[in-house]
Design a protein around this ligand. Structure first.
Ligand SMILES: [Zn+2]
Length: 397
């Protein structure tokens, strides 16, 4: 029996698959990546506009997984995350490479918790939840609206939020839907409106400071931002990590805010593109330009500086500007900080928002300190496989 186990173990070793982790190189294109791994570039040329844009959005430093088989020489599968929700999956199908966009499997836990202030919001949230992502996100989202130093013992915070969990660890940025901060007996409320992900007070007045200006005079918004969307006709997962502004060819494009030009040139699916680095970890991307204005990499530009002209370079269905916004290399919805809408909600939006406020307030009142769940106490209900097959994913829909 022991002999048999040893033989099985040896066979396993010989035919073992090997999983290697790599970091996405700075400035590497998807095409170059395929060539470097001896994968046919036909894979790239078979992709449509949205998929090519997604391939151009892989951020330097992203951890990718490569699964080798047959004595670690041949690649069997590759997983490349493009954001917290989706990943590009390259796999062998009947001896040929194929590519698809699949979700990153994680579970989402919604919670309402009350945290008493003892030292500082960051430290107190961390010690109550073991979740540094939540502590950081609270500080990031509200530090400009609240004076944290004024919060004292006896004050408290209530948060209604959701957090993704992957392989037993917190994963990605939590979504804080509503927050109540009680300071010296005074209560401050913050509510997120799901349509634009902005924070408003309980009467629908925006608490977000806009620092980006819409970069051009556009005809209409032809595509909005989405992190993950199931396309019922194509039966595929899609993402669009920016806003598409339709405008006539040659229309002037201006810098959305002050910053330094850090990229100017071809960028895969985005065609002729410019990237500007702004303050607070923001970067803006302008794609599909017909031509560039007289600006160069390293140059400081002011908000409103002419940087280029609308076109449809890259893979594009018609002249438009793809405008992407990144915060610490994570694509965020530009509508959050773009001066597109008014400072307060009106009409149907206001009515929808006020209805959600009632529900959020209920959650905030129900929250209590005893209900805080720390991750180490959790039982995970789902385990992650390296690469779920396309068919089984589609069956779930
Ligand atoms: Zn686009």
């Amino acid at each position: 029996m022991r002999f048999l186990i040893i033989i099985c173990f040896c066979i396993n070793l010989i035919y073992a698959c090997m999983l290697k982790e790599e970091s996405w190189n700075d400035g590497e294109s998807f095409l170059l990546f395929l060539q470097r791994h001896n994968i046919t570039t036909q894979l790239y040329f078979g992709l449509d506009k949205t998929e090519r844009e997604l391939c151009s959005d892989i951020q330097a430093g992203t951890t990718i997984q490569v699964l080798y088989g047959d004595n670690s020489k041949k690649i069997k599968q590759i997983l490349i995350p493009v954001n917290e929700d989706l990943q590009i999956h390259i796999y062998k199908n009947n001896g040929r490479f194929a590519v698809e966009v699949i979700p990153i499997e994680s579970i989402t836990r919604k919670q309402s918790i009350k945290i008493n202030i003892i030292t500082s919001p960051y430290k107190d949230i961390l010690s109550a939840t073991n979740n540094r992502f939540l502590a950081y996100e609270f500080a990031r989202a509200f530090k400009k609206k609240l004076n944290f130093k004024q919060l004292k013992k006896g004050d408290y915070i209530v948060l209604d939020f959701s957090q993704k969990i992957k392989l037993g660890s917190y994963f990605g940025t939590p979504d804080i839907y509503a927050a109540l901060v009680s300071e010296g007996g005074k209560k401050y409320y913050f509510f997120q409106y799901d349509k634009d992900s902005r924070y408003y007070d309980q009467r629908g007045r925006s608490l977000t400071r806009f620092f980006l200006k819409v970069p051009l005079r556009y005809t209409r918004i032809s595509d909005r931002f989405t992190n993950k969307r199931w396309h019922p006709i194509l039966k595929e997962y899609r993402a669009h990590l920016g806003i598409d502004f339709a405008a006539p060819r040659g229309r002037k494009i201006h810098a959305a805010a002050d910053g330094v030009i850090i990229f100017k040139g071809r960028r895969g699916g985005y065609g002729n593109a410019i990237i500007i680095k702004h303050k607070d970890g923001y970067k803006s991307l302008y794609g599909h330009m017909e031509k560039f204005a007289h600006v160069r990499v390293g140059e400081w530009v002011r908000q409103g500086t002419l940087i280029g002209y609308v076109g449809s370079t890259g893979l594009s269905t018609g002249p438009h500007l793809h405008f992407g916004l990144y915060k610490y290399s994570r694509a965020i919805n530009p509508a959050k900080v773009l001066r597109i809408t008014k400072n307060h909600l009106e009409g149907r939006n206001l009515r929808k928002f006020l209805a959600s406020v009632v529900l959020y307030k209920e959650n905030l009142t129900k929250a209590s300190k005893d209900k805080v769940l720390k991750l180490k106490n959790m039982k995970l209900s789902s385990k992650i496989k390296l690469a779920p097959l396309k068919r089984s994913l589609n069956d779930k829909q």
